[in-house]
Design a protein around this ligand. Structure first.
Ligand SMILES: [Cu+2]
Length: 167
């Protein structure tokens, strides 16, 4: 069941990606920061099915020390880090234990790659909702921020509008 949901989500992700056009504009939107870490571009697409939702954001590390994203919590549901891995031409989602954020670098969660997958949603994420999210990092830093629920097309459009320049 979960696999099917994941696959449905993946397909709609790819469909949305192919529709994204090249209107690049404004600077990235910072939603939270603590110490050397800043979170940009935090968006959740509306649930494509009752118990499915994902979440995207970028964490920029301006410091000299590496950090690691360990857990994501939200009252919206259980949140797990996932990645999309293509093997033998088939894209699959796999759980990820932790996500490194290199010094003077970033960790980017976006369609087709790393993302947060929600399960056991309290209720589906609907357009116009805002969900609270908290990130816990290996350094002890906690980052809390609100995430707007948008249409898939809007999420892809906003993610495409410039991103922090570090790599
Ligand atoms: Cu997933």
């Amino acid at each position: 069941m979960k696999t099917t949901n994941c696959l449905t989500l993946l397909i709609s992700t790819l469909a949305a990606l192919s529709c994204a056009s090249g209107e690049r504009a404004s600077a990235p939107v910072a939603v939270a920061s603590s110490g050397d870490l800043t979170v940009y571009h935090a968006y959740a697409p509306a649930s494509p099915a009752p118990d499915v939702a994902s979440l995207y954001f970028t964490v920029v590390n301006d410091g000299e020390a590496a950090d690691t994203l360990l857990t994501i919590t939200s009252p919206a549901g259980e949140a797990t880090l996932h990645n999309v891995v293509t093997q033998d031409g088939i894209a699959r989602m796999t759980p990820v234990e932790a996500l490194p954020i290199p010094p003077h670098g970033l960790a980017r969660l976006a369609p087709g790659g790393y993302h947060v997958m929600f399960s056991n949603l309290v209720r589906p994420l609907n357009l116009g909702d805002t969900i609270a999210v908290e990130l816990a990092l290996a350094s002890g830093t906690m980052l809390r921020f609100p995430v707007p629920v948008l249409s898939y097309t809007e999420v892809v459009k906003r993610l495409d509008q410039g991103e922090p320049s570090r790599r």
